[in-house]
Design a protein around this ligand. Structure first.
Ligand SMILES: Cc1cc2nc3c(=O)[nH]c(=O)nc-3n(C[C@H](O)[C@H](O)[C@H](O)COP(=O)(O)OP(=O)(O)OC[C@H]3O[C@@H](n4cnc5c(N)ncnc54)[C@H](O)[C@@H]3O)c2cc1C
Length: 441
Protein backbone atom coordinates (compact mmCIF):
# COMPACT_ATOMS: atom_id res chain seq x y z
CA UNK A 1 0.00 0.00 0.00
CA UNK A 2 1.40 3.37 -1.04
CA UNK A 3 1.70 6.31 1.35
CA UNK A 4 0.07 8.70 -1.09
CA UNK A 5 -3.39 8.80 -2.57
CA UNK A 6 -4.23 8.58 -6.27
CA UNK A 7 -7.51 10.13 -7.33
CA UNK A 8 -9.01 9.67 -10.79
CA UNK A 9 -11.22 12.55 -11.94
CA UNK A 10 -11.22 16.15 -10.68
CA UNK A 11 -14.97 16.59 -10.80
CA UNK A 12 -17.22 17.32 -7.85
CA UNK A 13 -16.27 14.19 -5.87
CA UNK A 14 -12.59 13.99 -6.87
CA UNK A 15 -11.88 17.66 -6.12
CA UNK A 16 -13.40 17.40 -2.65
CA UNK A 17 -11.61 14.11 -1.96
CA UNK A 18 -8.25 15.56 -3.01
CA UNK A 19 -8.71 18.62 -0.81
CA UNK A 20 -9.81 16.66 2.26
CA UNK A 21 -6.90 14.22 2.00
CA UNK A 22 -4.38 16.97 1.34
CA UNK A 23 -5.63 19.01 4.29
CA UNK A 24 -4.96 15.95 6.47
CA UNK A 25 -1.33 15.90 5.37
CA UNK A 26 -1.59 13.18 2.72
CA UNK A 27 0.05 13.71 -0.68
CA UNK A 28 -2.42 13.39 -3.52
CA UNK A 29 -1.90 12.72 -7.23
CA UNK A 30 -5.07 13.88 -8.95
CA UNK A 31 -5.70 12.88 -12.58
CA UNK A 32 -8.08 14.85 -14.77
CA UNK A 33 -8.39 14.10 -18.49
CA UNK A 34 -9.87 17.45 -19.53
CA UNK A 35 -8.83 19.38 -21.61
CA UNK A 36 -6.63 16.68 -23.19
CA UNK A 37 -9.67 14.48 -23.63
CA UNK A 38 -13.11 16.08 -23.36
CA UNK A 39 -16.37 14.53 -22.12
CA UNK A 40 -19.61 14.94 -24.07
CA UNK A 41 -20.99 17.40 -21.47
CA UNK A 42 -18.15 19.41 -19.88
CA UNK A 43 -17.23 22.69 -21.58
CA UNK A 44 -14.13 23.90 -19.70
CA UNK A 45 -10.90 22.56 -18.25
CA UNK A 46 -11.90 23.63 -14.71
CA UNK A 47 -12.09 21.16 -11.88
CA UNK A 48 -15.57 20.57 -10.41
CA UNK A 49 -17.34 21.94 -13.46
CA UNK A 50 -21.13 21.96 -13.14
CA UNK A 51 -22.42 20.32 -16.30
CA UNK A 52 -26.06 21.38 -16.12
CA UNK A 53 -27.95 23.43 -13.55
CA UNK A 54 -25.95 25.97 -11.55
CA UNK A 55 -27.91 25.07 -8.42
CA UNK A 56 -26.46 23.11 -5.52
CA UNK A 57 -30.00 22.61 -4.24
CA UNK A 58 -32.06 23.85 -1.32
CA UNK A 59 -30.10 25.85 1.23
CA UNK A 60 -32.82 26.52 3.75
CA UNK A 61 -33.25 24.83 7.10
CA UNK A 62 -34.88 22.42 7.68
CA UNK A 63 -34.43 20.38 4.54
CA UNK A 64 -32.36 17.30 3.71
CA UNK A 65 -30.28 19.05 0.97
CA UNK A 66 -29.51 21.89 3.42
CA UNK A 67 -28.50 19.40 6.09
CA UNK A 68 -26.11 17.60 3.75
CA UNK A 69 -24.48 20.93 2.83
CA UNK A 70 -24.30 21.94 6.49
CA UNK A 71 -22.57 18.66 7.36
CA UNK A 72 -20.08 19.29 4.57
CA UNK A 73 -19.52 22.82 5.88
CA UNK A 74 -18.50 21.29 9.22
CA UNK A 75 -15.71 19.55 7.31
CA UNK A 76 -14.65 22.85 5.68
CA UNK A 77 -15.72 21.48 2.32
CA UNK A 78 -13.80 23.03 -0.57
CA UNK A 79 -16.79 22.76 -2.90
CA UNK A 80 -19.45 24.14 -0.57
CA UNK A 81 -17.14 26.98 0.44
CA UNK A 82 -16.68 27.91 -3.24
CA UNK A 83 -20.48 27.73 -3.62
CA UNK A 84 -21.07 30.01 -0.63
CA UNK A 85 -18.44 32.44 -1.92
CA UNK A 86 -19.84 32.63 -5.44
CA UNK A 87 -23.56 32.33 -4.75
CA UNK A 88 -26.00 34.10 -7.07
CA UNK A 89 -29.56 35.11 -6.09
CA UNK A 90 -31.82 32.03 -6.27
CA UNK A 91 -34.37 32.21 -3.46
CA UNK A 92 -34.07 29.22 -1.13
CA UNK A 93 -31.50 27.48 -3.33
CA UNK A 94 -27.71 27.79 -3.30
CA UNK A 95 -27.07 28.64 -6.94
CA UNK A 96 -23.61 29.70 -8.06
CA UNK A 97 -21.77 31.58 -10.75
CA UNK A 98 -20.50 28.39 -12.38
CA UNK A 99 -17.38 29.98 -13.91
CA UNK A 100 -16.15 31.65 -10.70
CA UNK A 101 -17.14 28.60 -8.64
CA UNK A 102 -15.08 26.04 -10.51
CA UNK A 103 -12.25 28.52 -11.12
CA UNK A 104 -11.89 29.00 -7.39
CA UNK A 105 -11.86 25.24 -6.76
CA UNK A 106 -9.23 24.73 -9.48
CA UNK A 107 -7.01 27.47 -8.04
CA UNK A 108 -7.27 26.09 -4.51
CA UNK A 109 -6.31 22.61 -5.69
CA UNK A 110 -3.43 23.89 -7.81
CA UNK A 111 -1.89 25.90 -5.01
CA UNK A 112 -2.19 23.19 -2.34
CA UNK A 113 1.34 21.94 -1.56
CA UNK A 114 0.11 18.33 -1.13
CA UNK A 115 -1.72 18.08 -4.46
CA UNK A 116 -0.27 17.34 -7.89
CA UNK A 117 -2.79 17.72 -10.71
CA UNK A 118 -1.99 15.70 -13.83
CA UNK A 119 -3.97 16.36 -17.00
CA UNK A 120 -4.14 12.87 -18.48
CA UNK A 121 -6.72 10.23 -19.30
CA UNK A 122 -6.30 7.21 -17.06
CA UNK A 123 -7.22 4.02 -18.89
CA UNK A 124 -6.53 1.38 -16.23
CA UNK A 125 -7.17 1.39 -12.49
CA UNK A 126 -3.74 1.46 -10.78
CA UNK A 127 -3.03 -2.01 -9.41
CA UNK A 128 -1.82 -0.64 -6.09
CA UNK A 129 -3.98 1.50 -3.84
CA UNK A 130 -5.13 3.52 -2.26
CA UNK A 131 -6.94 5.01 -5.19
CA UNK A 132 -10.27 6.81 -5.44
CA UNK A 133 -12.12 6.40 -8.73
CA UNK A 134 -14.25 9.54 -9.13
CA UNK A 135 -14.57 9.74 -12.90
CA UNK A 136 -18.30 10.36 -12.82
CA UNK A 137 -21.24 9.44 -15.00
CA UNK A 138 -19.26 10.21 -18.16
CA UNK A 139 -16.19 8.09 -17.34
CA UNK A 140 -14.11 7.70 -20.49
CA UNK A 141 -14.89 4.49 -22.42
CA UNK A 142 -11.46 2.89 -21.95
CA UNK A 143 -11.48 3.36 -18.20
CA UNK A 144 -15.11 2.17 -18.11
CA UNK A 145 -14.04 -1.12 -19.66
CA UNK A 146 -11.22 -1.48 -17.16
CA UNK A 147 -13.64 -0.85 -14.25
CA UNK A 148 -16.14 -3.30 -15.67
CA UNK A 149 -13.45 -6.00 -15.88
CA UNK A 150 -12.29 -5.26 -12.35
CA UNK A 151 -15.72 -5.43 -10.73
CA UNK A 152 -16.86 -8.26 -12.99
CA UNK A 153 -20.13 -6.52 -13.81
CA UNK A 154 -21.84 -4.55 -16.53
CA UNK A 155 -22.71 -0.94 -15.74
CA UNK A 156 -26.18 0.23 -14.87
CA UNK A 157 -27.30 3.37 -16.63
CA UNK A 158 -29.91 6.09 -16.92
CA UNK A 159 -30.30 9.29 -18.88
CA UNK A 160 -29.74 12.79 -17.56
CA UNK A 161 -30.67 15.89 -19.50
CA UNK A 162 -29.36 19.46 -19.46
CA UNK A 163 -31.48 22.62 -19.68
CA UNK A 164 -30.60 25.51 -22.00
CA UNK A 165 -28.88 28.76 -20.99
CA UNK A 166 -30.00 31.95 -22.71
CA UNK A 167 -28.60 35.45 -23.27
CA UNK A 168 -30.22 37.90 -20.82
CA UNK A 169 -29.91 40.72 -23.37
CA UNK A 170 -32.26 38.96 -25.75
CA UNK A 171 -35.21 38.53 -23.35
CA UNK A 172 -38.28 40.75 -23.67
CA UNK A 173 -38.68 42.08 -20.13
CA UNK A 174 -42.02 43.75 -20.95
CA UNK A 175 -43.61 40.30 -21.06
CA UNK A 176 -41.87 38.82 -18.04
CA UNK A 177 -41.57 39.74 -14.38
CA UNK A 178 -39.24 39.14 -11.45
CA UNK A 179 -40.90 37.53 -8.42
CA UNK A 180 -40.38 34.75 -5.94
CA UNK A 181 -43.04 32.14 -5.17
CA UNK A 182 -45.40 33.34 -2.42
CA UNK A 183 -43.30 36.54 -2.30
CA UNK A 184 -40.79 34.66 -0.15
CA UNK A 185 -37.26 36.07 -0.07
CA UNK A 186 -36.01 38.33 -2.81
CA UNK A 187 -37.31 38.43 -6.40
CA UNK A 188 -34.61 36.20 -7.79
CA UNK A 189 -36.49 34.40 -10.55
CA UNK A 190 -37.55 35.83 -13.89
CA UNK A 191 -41.02 34.54 -14.75
CA UNK A 192 -42.45 34.01 -18.23
CA UNK A 193 -46.24 33.79 -17.81
CA UNK A 194 -48.37 31.64 -20.13
CA UNK A 195 -52.11 31.82 -20.78
CA UNK A 196 -54.07 28.56 -21.06
CA UNK A 197 -53.87 28.66 -24.88
CA UNK A 198 -50.13 29.39 -24.87
CA UNK A 199 -49.52 26.59 -22.38
CA UNK A 200 -51.33 23.90 -24.39
CA UNK A 201 -49.70 24.93 -27.63
CA UNK A 202 -46.27 24.74 -25.92
CA UNK A 203 -47.14 21.27 -24.57
CA UNK A 204 -48.18 20.20 -28.04
CA UNK A 205 -44.96 21.42 -29.63
CA UNK A 206 -42.88 19.73 -26.91
CA UNK A 207 -44.67 16.45 -27.56
CA UNK A 208 -44.31 16.64 -31.32
CA UNK A 209 -40.91 18.33 -31.61
CA UNK A 210 -38.04 16.34 -33.09
CA UNK A 211 -35.94 14.60 -30.44
CA UNK A 212 -32.43 13.20 -30.43
CA UNK A 213 -32.96 9.44 -30.93
CA UNK A 214 -31.61 6.75 -28.64
CA UNK A 215 -29.35 4.01 -29.92
CA UNK A 216 -31.46 1.03 -30.98
CA UNK A 217 -30.29 -1.22 -28.13
CA UNK A 218 -30.90 1.34 -25.40
CA UNK A 219 -33.97 1.66 -23.24
CA UNK A 220 -34.75 5.28 -22.27
CA UNK A 221 -34.42 5.16 -18.46
CA UNK A 222 -34.61 8.56 -16.75
CA UNK A 223 -33.84 9.87 -13.31
CA UNK A 224 -37.16 11.24 -12.02
CA UNK A 225 -35.57 14.46 -10.75
CA UNK A 226 -34.05 15.28 -14.15
CA UNK A 227 -36.77 14.22 -16.56
CA UNK A 228 -36.70 15.93 -19.96
CA UNK A 229 -39.51 18.46 -20.25
CA UNK A 230 -40.97 16.74 -23.31
CA UNK A 231 -41.12 13.42 -21.43
CA UNK A 232 -43.19 15.13 -18.74
CA UNK A 233 -45.43 16.59 -21.46
CA UNK A 234 -45.97 13.08 -22.84
CA UNK A 235 -47.19 11.88 -19.44
CA UNK A 236 -50.23 14.15 -19.64
CA UNK A 237 -51.17 17.59 -20.92
CA UNK A 238 -51.42 19.01 -17.39
CA UNK A 239 -48.28 17.40 -15.97
CA UNK A 240 -46.05 20.42 -16.61
CA UNK A 241 -48.62 22.83 -15.14
CA UNK A 242 -48.44 20.83 -11.91
CA UNK A 243 -44.66 20.35 -12.19
CA UNK A 244 -41.87 22.66 -13.34
CA UNK A 245 -44.28 25.16 -14.90
CA UNK A 246 -46.59 25.41 -11.89
CA UNK A 247 -47.94 28.94 -11.38
CA UNK A 248 -48.94 28.70 -7.70
CA UNK A 249 -47.77 31.56 -5.52
CA UNK A 250 -46.58 33.60 -8.49
CA UNK A 251 -48.66 36.71 -9.10
CA UNK A 252 -47.71 39.62 -11.32
CA UNK A 253 -46.15 42.11 -8.86
CA UNK A 254 -48.09 45.11 -10.22
CA UNK A 255 -51.38 43.75 -11.57
CA UNK A 256 -51.58 40.76 -9.12
CA UNK A 257 -52.72 38.74 -12.15
CA UNK A 258 -52.66 34.93 -11.92
CA UNK A 259 -51.43 32.79 -14.82
CA UNK A 260 -52.17 29.33 -16.16
CA UNK A 261 -48.51 28.32 -16.16
CA UNK A 262 -45.10 29.93 -15.71
CA UNK A 263 -41.65 29.15 -17.05
CA UNK A 264 -39.03 30.29 -14.52
CA UNK A 265 -35.54 31.50 -15.37
CA UNK A 266 -32.68 31.56 -12.87
CA UNK A 267 -29.55 33.72 -12.89
CA UNK A 268 -26.48 32.01 -14.28
CA UNK A 269 -23.96 34.54 -13.02
CA UNK A 270 -23.57 37.50 -10.70
CA UNK A 271 -23.62 39.99 -13.57
CA UNK A 272 -27.07 38.73 -14.61
CA UNK A 273 -26.02 38.36 -18.25
CA UNK A 274 -27.30 34.80 -18.60
CA UNK A 275 -30.27 32.79 -17.38
CA UNK A 276 -31.06 29.10 -17.35
CA UNK A 277 -34.54 27.71 -17.86
CA UNK A 278 -35.50 25.98 -14.62
CA UNK A 279 -36.67 22.38 -15.10
CA UNK A 280 -36.44 22.72 -18.85
CA UNK A 281 -33.91 19.97 -19.47
CA UNK A 282 -34.53 18.66 -22.94
CA UNK A 283 -33.49 16.21 -25.63
CA UNK A 284 -35.13 18.16 -28.46
CA UNK A 285 -32.73 18.68 -31.35
CA UNK A 286 -31.00 22.10 -31.32
CA UNK A 287 -33.13 23.64 -34.13
CA UNK A 288 -36.28 22.40 -32.37
CA UNK A 289 -35.17 23.90 -29.05
CA UNK A 290 -34.79 27.26 -30.76
CA UNK A 291 -38.21 27.02 -32.33
CA UNK A 292 -40.12 25.68 -29.32
CA UNK A 293 -38.48 27.77 -26.59
CA UNK A 294 -39.08 30.90 -28.64
CA UNK A 295 -42.82 30.19 -28.28
CA UNK A 296 -42.54 31.12 -24.58
CA UNK A 297 -43.73 34.71 -23.94
CA UNK A 298 -40.70 36.96 -23.46
CA UNK A 299 -38.34 34.50 -25.15
CA UNK A 300 -39.48 35.10 -28.76
CA UNK A 301 -36.06 36.41 -29.84
CA UNK A 302 -33.91 34.69 -27.31
CA UNK A 303 -30.37 33.66 -28.21
CA UNK A 304 -28.79 30.57 -26.72
CA UNK A 305 -25.46 30.38 -24.90
CA UNK A 306 -25.91 26.65 -24.47
CA UNK A 307 -28.52 24.25 -25.76
CA UNK A 308 -30.09 21.47 -23.74
CA UNK A 309 -28.74 17.95 -24.26
CA UNK A 310 -29.11 14.40 -23.07
CA UNK A 311 -26.37 12.11 -21.80
CA UNK A 312 -26.08 8.54 -20.69
CA UNK A 313 -25.03 8.25 -17.05
CA UNK A 314 -23.35 5.07 -16.04
CA UNK A 315 -22.98 3.83 -12.49
CA UNK A 316 -21.92 0.67 -10.76
CA UNK A 317 -24.10 -1.59 -8.66
CA UNK A 318 -22.55 -0.17 -5.51
CA UNK A 319 -24.38 -2.23 -2.86
CA UNK A 320 -23.08 -5.39 -4.55
CA UNK A 321 -19.45 -4.39 -4.92
CA UNK A 322 -18.59 -1.70 -2.35
CA UNK A 323 -17.89 -2.00 1.36
CA UNK A 324 -19.34 0.55 3.80
CA UNK A 325 -16.02 2.44 3.47
CA UNK A 326 -16.60 2.79 -0.29
CA UNK A 327 -13.76 0.54 -1.39
CA UNK A 328 -14.21 -2.68 -3.34
CA UNK A 329 -15.16 -5.64 -1.20
CA UNK A 330 -12.81 -7.76 -3.32
CA UNK A 331 -9.97 -5.22 -3.71
CA UNK A 332 -9.67 -3.18 -0.55
CA UNK A 333 -8.03 0.20 -1.04
CA UNK A 334 -9.72 0.78 -4.40
CA UNK A 335 -12.38 3.32 -3.57
CA UNK A 336 -15.22 4.71 -5.67
CA UNK A 337 -16.93 8.06 -5.10
CA UNK A 338 -19.36 10.44 -6.78
CA UNK A 339 -22.10 9.75 -9.22
CA UNK A 340 -20.44 6.58 -10.46
CA UNK A 341 -21.58 4.86 -7.24
CA UNK A 342 -25.22 5.77 -7.75
CA UNK A 343 -25.71 8.99 -5.84
CA UNK A 344 -27.47 11.63 -7.88
CA UNK A 345 -26.54 15.30 -7.66
CA UNK A 346 -23.61 17.62 -7.26
CA UNK A 347 -23.62 17.82 -3.45
CA UNK A 348 -24.30 14.11 -3.04
CA UNK A 349 -21.26 13.43 -5.23
CA UNK A 350 -19.15 15.82 -3.14
CA UNK A 351 -20.22 14.08 0.06
CA UNK A 352 -19.12 10.68 -1.21
CA UNK A 353 -15.77 12.22 -2.21
CA UNK A 354 -15.36 13.39 1.37
CA UNK A 355 -16.17 9.96 2.85
CA UNK A 356 -13.90 8.04 0.49
CA UNK A 357 -11.06 10.45 1.32
CA UNK A 358 -11.57 10.14 5.08
CA UNK A 359 -11.36 6.35 4.90
CA UNK A 360 -8.38 6.35 2.52
CA UNK A 361 -6.47 8.79 4.75
CA UNK A 362 -7.05 6.56 7.78
CA UNK A 363 -5.81 3.57 5.82
CA UNK A 364 -2.65 5.41 4.78
CA UNK A 365 -2.01 6.53 8.34
CA UNK A 366 -2.79 3.07 9.75
CA UNK A 367 -5.54 4.48 11.95
CA UNK A 368 -8.99 3.13 12.73
CA UNK A 369 -11.94 4.60 10.84
CA UNK A 370 -15.64 4.39 11.59
CA UNK A 371 -18.34 5.31 9.09
CA UNK A 372 -20.69 8.25 9.80
CA UNK A 373 -23.71 7.55 12.02
CA UNK A 374 -26.90 6.66 10.16
CA UNK A 375 -28.80 9.56 11.72
CA UNK A 376 -26.67 12.04 9.74
CA UNK A 377 -27.26 12.97 6.09
CA UNK A 378 -23.81 11.63 5.19
CA UNK A 379 -24.51 8.36 6.99
CA UNK A 380 -28.00 7.93 5.50
CA UNK A 381 -26.78 8.42 1.96
CA UNK A 382 -23.81 6.13 2.51
CA UNK A 383 -26.11 3.45 3.90
CA UNK A 384 -28.30 3.74 0.83
CA UNK A 385 -25.47 3.27 -1.65
CA UNK A 386 -23.76 0.47 0.19
CA UNK A 387 -26.63 -1.46 1.74
CA UNK A 388 -29.69 -1.16 -0.49
CA UNK A 389 -31.06 -4.59 -1.20
CA UNK A 390 -33.46 -4.17 -4.06
CA UNK A 391 -33.98 -5.86 -7.38
CA UNK A 392 -32.66 -2.82 -9.19
CA UNK A 393 -30.40 -0.27 -7.53
CA UNK A 394 -31.41 3.27 -8.53
CA UNK A 395 -29.45 6.53 -8.15
CA UNK A 396 -30.60 8.64 -5.20
CA UNK A 397 -30.66 12.27 -4.08
CA UNK A 398 -30.48 13.11 -0.40
CA UNK A 399 -33.98 13.10 1.13
CA UNK A 400 -35.60 12.47 4.51
CA UNK A 401 -36.89 9.10 3.32
CA UNK A 402 -33.32 7.79 3.72
CA UNK A 403 -33.21 8.62 7.43
CA UNK A 404 -34.08 5.65 9.58
CA UNK A 405 -34.69 7.55 12.81
CA UNK A 406 -37.45 7.67 15.44
CA UNK A 407 -38.19 11.31 14.62
CA UNK A 408 -39.70 10.20 11.29
CA UNK A 409 -42.83 9.33 13.29
CA UNK A 410 -43.49 12.98 14.21
CA UNK A 411 -46.55 14.12 12.26
CA UNK A 412 -45.73 17.83 11.92
CA UNK A 413 -43.31 17.91 8.98
CA UNK A 414 -41.43 21.03 9.96
CA UNK A 415 -41.03 19.95 13.55
CA UNK A 416 -39.92 16.48 12.39
CA UNK A 417 -37.36 17.86 9.96
CA UNK A 418 -35.97 20.33 12.48
CA UNK A 419 -35.54 17.57 15.07
CA UNK A 420 -33.81 15.33 12.52
CA UNK A 421 -31.50 18.19 11.62
CA UNK A 422 -30.51 19.01 15.20
CA UNK A 423 -29.93 15.36 16.01
CA UNK A 424 -27.87 14.87 12.84
CA UNK A 425 -25.61 17.82 13.56
CA UNK A 426 -25.11 16.68 17.14
CA UNK A 427 -24.35 13.16 16.00
CA UNK A 428 -21.96 14.45 13.35
CA UNK A 429 -20.05 16.49 15.93
CA UNK A 430 -19.57 13.41 18.10
CA UNK A 431 -18.47 11.33 15.14
CA UNK A 432 -15.98 13.96 14.02
CA UNK A 433 -14.41 13.84 17.45
CA UNK A 434 -14.17 10.06 17.46
CA UNK A 435 -12.64 9.75 13.99
CA UNK A 436 -9.73 12.03 14.67
CA UNK A 437 -10.63 14.87 16.89
CA UNK A 438 -11.71 16.80 13.79
CA UNK A 439 -12.09 20.47 14.50
CA UNK A 440 -15.82 21.06 14.83
CA UNK A 441 -16.72 24.53 13.57
C1 LIG B 1 -25.76 15.55 -18.50
C2 LIG B 1 -25.79 15.59 -17.03
C3 LIG B 1 -26.53 16.58 -16.38
C4 LIG B 1 -26.55 16.64 -14.98
N1 LIG B 1 -27.22 17.63 -14.37
C5 LIG B 1 -27.19 17.75 -13.04
C6 LIG B 1 -27.83 18.85 -12.38
O1 LIG B 1 -28.40 19.71 -13.01
N2 LIG B 1 -27.77 18.92 -11.04
C7 LIG B 1 -27.11 17.99 -10.30
O2 LIG B 1 -27.08 18.12 -9.07
N3 LIG B 1 -26.51 16.94 -10.89
C8 LIG B 1 -26.54 16.80 -12.23
N4 LIG B 1 -25.92 15.75 -12.84
C9 LIG B 1 -25.46 14.65 -12.03
C10 LIG B 1 -24.16 14.77 -11.23
O3 LIG B 1 -24.40 15.45 -10.06
C11 LIG B 1 -23.04 15.39 -11.91
O4 LIG B 1 -22.75 14.61 -13.02
C12 LIG B 1 -21.79 15.52 -11.02
O5 LIG B 1 -20.88 16.28 -11.71
C13 LIG B 1 -21.19 14.20 -10.60
O6 LIG B 1 -19.99 14.40 -9.91
P1 LIG B 1 -18.76 13.42 -10.10
O7 LIG B 1 -17.61 13.99 -9.38
O8 LIG B 1 -19.19 12.05 -9.78
O9 LIG B 1 -18.48 13.44 -11.68
P2 LIG B 1 -17.94 14.66 -12.58
O10 LIG B 1 -18.23 15.94 -11.91
O11 LIG B 1 -18.46 14.40 -13.93
O12 LIG B 1 -16.37 14.46 -12.54
C14 LIG B 1 -15.74 13.37 -13.14
C15 LIG B 1 -14.43 13.87 -13.73
O13 LIG B 1 -13.66 12.77 -14.17
C16 LIG B 1 -13.04 13.09 -15.41
N5 LIG B 1 -12.72 11.83 -16.09
C17 LIG B 1 -13.59 10.95 -16.67
N6 LIG B 1 -12.92 9.88 -17.15
C18 LIG B 1 -11.60 10.08 -16.85
C19 LIG B 1 -10.42 9.33 -17.08
N7 LIG B 1 -10.43 8.15 -17.70
N8 LIG B 1 -9.23 9.83 -16.65
C20 LIG B 1 -9.17 11.04 -16.01
N9 LIG B 1 -10.27 11.80 -15.79
C21 LIG B 1 -11.48 11.31 -16.19
C22 LIG B 1 -14.06 13.96 -16.09
O14 LIG B 1 -13.45 14.78 -17.08
C23 LIG B 1 -14.64 14.77 -14.94
O15 LIG B 1 -13.97 15.97 -14.73
C24 LIG B 1 -25.85 15.66 -14.23
C25 LIG B 1 -25.12 14.69 -14.88
C26 LIG B 1 -25.07 14.65 -16.27
C27 LIG B 1 -24.26 13.61 -16.96
Amino acid sequence: MRDYLTILGAGLAGSEAAWQAAERGVCVVLYEMRPVKPTPAHKTDHCAELVCSNSLGNNQSPSAPYLLKEELRKFNSLVIDAGDTHAVPAGAALAVDRELFSKKITEQLLKHPNITLIREEVTEIPSEGPVIVATGPLTSPRLSESISRLIGQEYLYFYDAISPIVDANTINYDKTFFASRYDKGTDDYLNCPLSEGQYYSLVNELKNGEKVPFKSFEKPIYFEGCMPVEELAMRGDKTLAFGPLKPVGLLHPETREKFYAIVQLRHENKEGTAFNLVGFQTKLTYPEQKRVIRLIPGLENVEFFRFGAIHRNTYINAPDVLSCELDLKKNSGIYFAGQIIGVEGYVESVSMGLLAALSAVKRIKGEVYSTPPVDTALGSLLKYVTETRRQSFQPMNINYGLFQVQEMKIRNKRERNKKIELKALDSLAQWMETINGELVK
